[in-house]
Design a protein around this ligand. Structure first.
Ligand SMILES: [Zn+2]
Length: 433
């Protein structure tokens, strides 16, 4: 089953001809509209006219999250604001988020790619999609929502949280498809058990899980506990949001990346050279149809490999392997992207806190937890205990308010946290993927 059979099964020569045409038009647009890219292309000695083959892609400059940060909020937009109909944002490396804008056409393309993704996962018109991705600046909720409507399925806009109610609705409304983070699905399964609800008696058939990396072991656990087929979906707001790539239910062997909209390359994250198919490295994506914020060779920092062999489902689009890590220090905690540098800048703004901290990430009862250990002023320990408690509360509240992630602050005496002579070890991640 396909949503758009013609485009999903384009033979590679036709697909590559389309990619080149779209890439040339994209380069002409960003050269004209985005000063950042005009400068970068001039520097690389490439004009829009001199770009004649897909192989020329490797001569083009990369785009990084840092570049997006420096152009905050709208500096990378390639269309006038009056053509932007939607704005989303994701966590940046410091206090400011990374902002993305969508034109009407961008929303249409995104909806189609999400609809294609749903169909690849085995979802069809007539399904009742229980969408527990967060609605808001985060792209998950609205991305899945628009795709579900485009497909013609019934969508329940649950958003995250209020797990008891989620289970009641799933039971009463006859939800057949669940979309959320993989860890939240297991949390739901546990909560349902406590409520005396057996997932085997629900109508749920398929789960589409993303926004955080997960393992085959976790897939097995989810499929058993929820009695469903669990599918991995990939996306990032800088590129579009969910629906950049998805596994098909035929094989669950790699995620098809929609190559008529995105060009994928795998590079060595240190030296930047392109790696051959099958070799693991950092995924780099070029958007070739986006109007609001087209990106050239965007460094996703996600580690995967790519396989161009046509697959037995009939789709010709390349498959990327499930994400196996990051080439930077970004943490994904309950689907929220967090950089240690963000927590550091919050801590440094709080009086009495010393510049030594350690983040301990764990997964208990299928939910991620974050403990922030931080050294505080010696004087505070001879003070009343309530002062320490108030300080811990301030830290927890500021991190929750500014980053959207719940943590437990543990205040420790000066010189408790181990010092290192090289790069300080700021994170201990005890989660097993
Ligand atoms: Zn397939």
């Amino acid at each position: 089953m396909f949503f758009n059979e013609e485009f999903e099964t384009l033979p590679r020569p036709a697909l590559e001809a389309l990619q080149l045409k779209r890439l040339q038009s994209m380069i002409a647009r960003i050269y004209k509209q985005v000063p950042f890219y005009r400068t970068a292309l001039d520097k690389a000695g490439i004009g829009p006219e001199s770009f004649n083959s897909l192989a020329d892609l490797r001569r083009l400059p990369f785009t990084t999250k840092q570049d997006l940060r420096e152009s905050y909020p709208y500096g990378m937009f390639a269309t006038p604001m009056e053509d932007i109909v939607r704005i989303h944002a994701s966590s940046g490396t410091t206090g400011k988020p990374t902002v993305v804008g969508y034109t009407k056409k961008d929303i249409e393309n995104w909806s189609e790619l999400m609809a294609r993704s749903f169909v690849a996962a085995g979802v069809h018109k007539g399904d009742i999609i229980h969408n527990s991705y967060g609605y808001g600046l985060f792209t998950g909720g609205l991305g899945a929502h628009y795709g579900a409507e485009r497909l013609g399925a019934s969508v329940i806009p649950m958003s995250g949280g209020n797990t008891k109610k989620q289970i009641m609705i799933m039971q009463d409304f006859g939800s057949t498809v669940l979309t959320c983070t993989p860890s939240y699905s297991l949390f739901m399964a546990e909560a349902a058990k406590e409520e005396g609800v057996d997932f085997r008696n629900l109508h749920l058939r398929v789960g589409i899980f993303g926004a955080e990396p997960w393992s085959e072991a976790m897939r097995t656990e989810i499929e058993e506990k929820l009695n469903i087929s669990a599918i991995d979906i990939y996306g990032l707001s800088e590129i579009m949001g969910p629906g950049v790539a998805i596994e098909c239910d035929t094989a669950k062997s790699g995620l098809h990346i929609w190559e008529d909209h995105f060009l994928a390359e795998i590079i060595n994250p240190d030296a930047g050279e392109i790696l051959p198919p099958g070799v693991k490295g950092e995924l780099v994506i070029t958007t070739i149809t986006k109007e609001g914020i087209p990106l050239l060779r965007y460094r996703t920092r996600d580690i995967t490999s790519v396989d161009y062999e046509p697959w037995r489902c009939g789709r010709t689009h390349a498959r990327i392997a499930r994400m196996s890590g990051r080439s930077d220090d970004m943490l994904i905690i309950r689907g929220v992207n967090v950089f240690p540098s963000q927590i550091e800048s919050i801590l440094m703004g709080i009086e009495g806190v010393e510049p030594h901290y350690l983040l301990i990430v764990d997964r208990k009862d299928n939910l991620d937890s974050l403990e922030v250990q931080v050294e505080v002023d010696e004087g505070l320990f001879s003070d009343e205990i309530k002062h320490l408690q108030a300080l811990a509360h301030t830290i927890e509240k500021q991190i929750k308010d500014l980053l959207g992630v719940t943590c437990k602050a543990r205040l420790v005496e000066p010189r408790t946290i181990a010092r290192s002579e090289g790069k300080a070890k700021r994170v201990i991640d005890n989660r097993k993927l």
